[in-house]
Structure formats: structure tokens, C-alpha cells
Design a protein around this ligand. Structure first.
Ligand SMILES: *Cc1c(COP(=O)(O)O)cnc(C)c1O
Length: 410
């Protein structure tokens, strides 16, 4: 059988004497070390392995950027900064985290609609690249550049004239708040030239969480075609071509891991043509979820168990206030269970079908709905896998005023 199909998210975290481990530390010991539950744990060795996999599979000319919003924990970002070629940020808060790592500002870029003047001014002062998302933003950047007597480094974020097929979240094509419509880009490029901004290139991001290599290949082809077309109107050489990412990870039964080979082959095919037409361009793949998502788990403790009309419930001290995505309320249309385990009973044969919920007074606070798990008791540790991306920072931590969640890097 194909090794890809045998992939299980749990296999990344070895079991030692019946207990799941992270970075060689059994979960019960790690919980004691953290000093509390719930917590998120991220495994730095898995981050290393994921970047190494991309480096050995993709053409070496492809640069890798980490999109911080997937997991902005400073220790994670610091570690990623040592592995990738650049960081992508989407706010002033993320700018601080990125700069604190020591990453060269020339390798940090800032995308996102609605950047406010203080954010833009900070970005210009830092010398990072601003991905322009509108005509108004361009004028503001020019005014702030004049005030600082420093031409801002800018790239144009393009809202492409195509969509990434089967993406979990579409972020390009059709009317969108992100980027400038491809057909308006030549006009914006003229304005960038008039305003004497330091033009760097293009950013074309079309979507997220895609597990189909064929769809990513097609999006990349159309991205290269579009970039080559737009480059004809560029006010200077294209130094940066960010072709987005969209690489997904498997969450649910039936999901298979993304096959990188066809993507690598397609990039290999396109690179000579792109290098020929845009000889100065660094070609950048920006990834968030794919880099960090599988390297993290969420751990909550069972605080009660009860049976209601024949259904067994495990109630934990963690829930949607820390892990909105696992509850199914972060962009899912139909709720499905993330992979879940009882971390301190990995070898136990006695199993039961349970619903794992959090302590919040809302029926939305579900971590696992009618799942077969080892029979668990109060004090056991429920683990949610595939939790390294869009976890804590994507959750409504203030909702119901429960204690904060911890995060550790192991
Ligand atoms: C969110 C985002 C990313 C990261 O997306 P992932 O699905 O986590 O890889 C990359 N680029 C931009 C512009 C984004 O907004």
C-alpha cells in the first residue's frame, strides 16, 4: 500500500509505555512540566522535518516563507525563522514578532486588507516589503514614505482572474477584499512609478487548505502566466514573485496528504521560463498551515464524565475557547472530528463511544462527537492532533472567561 495512504497524524508522536510523547517526553510528564492543562505543545523536530521535506522535494530555486498567522507563538516563529527564507506578516503585532527573530527585513513582507497608517509607517521604517492591497493604500504609503524620506518597498498583491479549485478557503478570484483586481494592476503600476515607490514585484495568493496537487499545479501555472503578463507594465525589474501557497494537511477520515511530487515537477518545468523573463525574481512559496499544522497537539484534561440518555460525555477543561477549529466553527460547513486520542491510554484495549466536550455553556463546544476512544476517566489527557496551525490565536479566548491556555515548544 502507498505509504501516503498509511499516514496517520498520531504516528508523528511516538507512544512510550502506553503514553503519547512529544519530543521524547511522555505527555503526563509534559503536563507536569507545563504546570497546567490545557496546553498546546509544538514539536520542533517535526518543524525541521517538514521544511527538510520541502527542501529536498521542491526545486532549490524556490524560496520558502512562513506565514506567521498560522501560528504566531514567538518560540515557533523564532524556530521557523532559522529554517525558512522569509516571513510573511499581516499586522503590526506580527511585524514585531517577525523583527524580534532577527530575520532580515528585506525578507519580511506584509499583506492584508485595511492596513492602518501606523502599521504602514512602522513597516516603512522597518524596511520590509508592503504588499499593496488597494489604490488608497498606495497613496497613503506614498505620503508616509515622503514623511520618512524613505521610499517604501512595495509589491502588488493581485486578486487573480482565476480561482483555486477545491481550496478549503478561497482567497482570490471574483470580487474579493484581498489584493487589486488583475485588470486594474497596470493602472496601479503606473501610479507606483509616478509616486517613486521602490517596486519589488507581485504577490498572488489564491487560497488555502488544498489537498489536491492537480488544483495547486493549475493555480501555479495560471499564477506564472498572470505574473509574466503583468510584468510587461512593471515600473522596474521584478525582484520578488510570491506565488502563494495553499498547501493543505489531512484532518478528517478520507483526507490524504498532499502529494508534493507533481507540484515539484510543475515548478521545475516553469522555472527556466520564469527565470528567462524575470531574471532578478526570487520565487517565493508562502506557507502557514502546511509548515506547522501537523507539528502541534492540543491537550485538555477530563474533569467529568456522565451519561445522558445513553450517550457518554467526557467533559474537559479545554474547548472551543482555545481550539475553535477543532470544534468545527472555523470555516467548516459540516462539522467533522479532528483526530483525537486519550494520550495516557494509547495501548488500552477497552474502548467506548464518547462525545468529548468543553466546559462552555454552548452546544458548539465539541472536541469529538461520538468517537470511539479508549475508556477514559477524570484526570486523563485528551489530545487533539493536527493542531499546530490556526489553534490558540484563531480562537475566542475571552469567551466565558475561563483561565488562559498554555503553549510550549518541545
Ligand atoms: C493566510 C495566508 C497564508 C497562509 O495560508 P495557509 O493556508 O496557512 O498556508 C499565506 N498567505 C496569505 C496572504 C495569507 O493570507
Amino acid at each position: 500500500m502507498n505509504a501516503r495512504l498509511l499516514h496517520s497524524p498520531m504516528a508523528q508522536f511516538p507512544v512510550i509505555d502506553g503514553c503519547l510523547s512529544v519530543g521524547g517526553i511522555p505527555l503526563t510528564q509534559l503536563a507536569a512540566r507545563v504546570g497546567q492543562t490545557p496546553f498546546y505543545a509544538y514539536d520542533r523536530r517535526l518543524l525541521d522535518e517538514r521544511v527538510a521535506l520541502l527542501r529536498r522535494t521542491l526545486p532549490s530555486a524556490i524560496e520558502l516563507h512562513y506565514a506567521i498567522k498560522a501560528n504566531p507563538m514567538p518560540a515557533v516563529v523564532q524556530h521557523m525563522a532559522g529554517l525558512v527564507d522569509g516571513l510573511d506578516i499581516a499586522s503590526l503585532g506580527e511585524l514585531k514578532v517577525a523583527l524580534d527573530t532577527g530575520m532580515d527585513p528585506g525578507r519580511i513582507s506584509f499583506a492584508g486588507p485595511g492596513k492602518r497608517p501606523p502599521e504602514l509607517a512602522a513597516a516603512i521604517a522597518a524596511g520590509i516589503t508592503l504588499n499593496l492591497e488597494s489604490f488608497n493604500e498606495t497613496e497613503t504609503v506614498a505620503r508616509l514614505s515622503q514623511e520618512q524620506r524613505r521610499p517604501a518597498r512595495v509589491a502588488v498583491r493581485v486578486n487573480p482572474d482565476f480561482e483555486l479549485k477545491t481550496a478549503g478557503m478561497k482567497m482570490g478570484g471574483g470580487p474579493k477584499p484581498f489584493g487589486v483586481d488583475a485588470e486594474q494592476v497596470p493602472t496601479l503600476l503606473r501610479r507606483i512609478s509616478e509616486l517613486n515607490l521602490d517596486f519589488q514585484g507581485f504577490h498572488i495568493f489564491s487560497g488555502s487548505q488544498n489537498l489536491r496537487a492537480a488544483a495547486i499545479v493549475e493555480a501555479q501555472e495560471r499564477t506564472f502566466e498572470l505574473a509574466l503578463r503583468l510584468a510587461a507594465d512593471a515600473p522596474g525589474p521584478v525582484r520578488l514573485l510570491n506565488i502563494g501557497g495553499g498547501f493543505g494537511i489531512p484532518y478528517f477520515p478520507g483526507d490524504t496528504p498532499l502529494d508534493l511530487e507533481p507540484i515539484a515537477a510543475n515548478l521545475e518545468r516553469w522555472l527556466p521560463r520564469v527565470k528567462d523573463k524575470l531574471p532578478q525574481a526570487r520565487i517565493i512559496l508562502e506557507l502557514g498551515r502546511y509548515l506547522v499544522g501537523e507539528a502541534g497537539i492540543y491537550v485538555a484534561e477530563v474533569v467529568d464524565r456522565k451519561i445522558s440518555r445513553g450517550q457518554t460525555f467526557l467533559i474537559t477543561n479545554g474547548g472551543l475557547h482555545h481550539h475553535l477549529a477543532a470544534s468545527g466553527n472555523f470555516g467548516q460547513v459540516v462539522r467533522k472530528n479532528y483526530p483525537v486520542a486519550v494520550g495516557n491510554r494509547m495501548d488500552q484495549m477497552e474502548r467506548e463511544t464518547v462525545t468529548v466536550v468543553g466546559p462552555l455553556c454552548t452546544p458548539l463546544d465539541i472536541l469529538a462527537d461520538r468517537m470511539e476512544l479508549p475508556k477514559a476517566e477524570v484526570g486523563d489527557l485528551v489530545v487533539v492532533f493536527q493542531s499546530g496551525a490556526y489553534g490558540l490565536s484563531a480562537s475566542p479566548t475571552g469567551f466565558l472567561s475561563h483561565p488562559p491556555c498554555a503553549e510550549v515548544m518541545v
